[in-house]
Design a protein around this ligand. Structure first.
Ligand code: NAD
Length: 293
């Protein structure tokens, strides 16, 4: 039987509707809309299109978007000054610095400069630590979106074996923590580039999440019959038949896995829309906590 296609847009729409309702309730209570400030440094086209999509989602949810553009040659001090200004601005509830920065070595310091209460990406060490300890935290949007997707799709997680491929700080590692948390209760294995015999792990898994950033990481023969495949990867591969000269593919060989997987997310249209929807939810949550409502 062909796999069930997990339509991320559908699940994201439900998350976004709830965020919009919560934003409306917040506005009724406080007299102002929640506000998300997005800092974009430079003009990387992919980053700009992500920022535009986030602004659009804000407007759709009744969240005030604020975009701050800095030139590609902005100094680290200039970026930090903008972040500190947003920290001090009482009308700003969420702050997001679009990554990568033109100078990736500054990312750590810039993220640490964000007020953890406004860190809607959930990347600040305070939020990462709270997540690890199982305390209330602003949680990275892609991992939390995946956990919510599994729940909304009725895919059991308690006691199942989940294999996560990729140990990045924004996807793989926080996801492995979330999946093993009480209430989600998966037995979790985190694989990475030094994992010996990746297929030996993925073939044992009930759920495989692939977040490696490399096409063909998960191929035919690497999963067991009926497994759920969540493909986080977004890779541009050259394709002259497309108007832009490229197409987007995930990290999993979608067509090859369709016959074996029980359920699978497509790329695009799988995990991507969930990430933005969860960002909206985090922004309203940050606003509510700050306002104590
Ligand atoms: P990253 O490059 O920071 O991390 C990739 C991880 O994968 C590393 O830990 C590496 O050890 C591991 N890895 C790479 N190749 C591997 C292999 N063959 N076997 C085992 N492990 C391997 O990437 P990231 O930021 O976590 O993003 C991963 C992918 O997800 C990228 O394609 C990115 O564009 C995409 N992404 C999508 C969304 C979304 O909303 N859809 C959000 C974030 C990231």
């Amino acid at each position: 039987m062909p796999a069930r296609i997990l339509d991320g847009k559908l699940f994201a729409a439900a998350v976004q509707r709830r965020a919009a309702d919560a934003a409306a309730a917040f506005a009724a209570h406080t007299g102002r809309a929640p506000c998300l400030a997005v800092v974009l440094v430079g003009d990387n086209p992919a980053s700009r299109s992500y920022v535009t999509a986030k602004g659009r989602a804000c407007t759709a949810c009744g969240i005030e978007p604020r975009q701050l553009d800095l030139p590609a040659d902005a100094s680290k001090d200039a970026i930090l000054a903008v972040v500190r200004g947003l920290n001090a601005d009482g009308a700003v509830d969420g702050i997001l610095v679009q990554l990568p920065l033109p100078e990736p070595a500054w990312e750590e310091e810039v993220i640490e400069a964000i007020d953890p209460a406004k860190d809607v990406d959930g990347f600040h060490p305070v939020n990462a630590g709270r997540l690890l300890l199982g305390l209330p935290a602003l949680t990275p949007c892609t991992p939390v979106g995946i956990v919510h997707l599994l729940a909304a799709a009725g895919i059991p997680t308690a006691g199942v074996h989940a294999v996560v491929i990729g140990r990045s700080r924004i996807v793989g590692r926080p996801l492995s923590v979330l999946l093993s948390q009480r209430g989600v209760d998966a037995t979790t294995t985190l694989c990475h580039t030094k994992t010996r015999d990746l297929a030996a792990f993925t073939r044992e898994a009930d759920i495989v999440v692939v977040a490696a950033g490399r096409p063909h990481t998960l191929r035919a023969g690497m999963i067991k019959e009926g497994a759920t495949v969540i493909d986080v990867g977004v890779n541009r591969v050259p394709d002259q038949s497309r108007p832009k000269g490229y197409r987007l593919v995930g990290d999993a060989d979608y067509d090859e896995l369709l016959g074996t997987a029980g359920a699978i997310t497509p790329v695009p249209g799988g995990v991507g829309p969930l990430t933005i929807a969860e960002l909206m939810a985090n922004t309203v949550e940050a606003a509510r906590r700050r306002a104590g409502c």
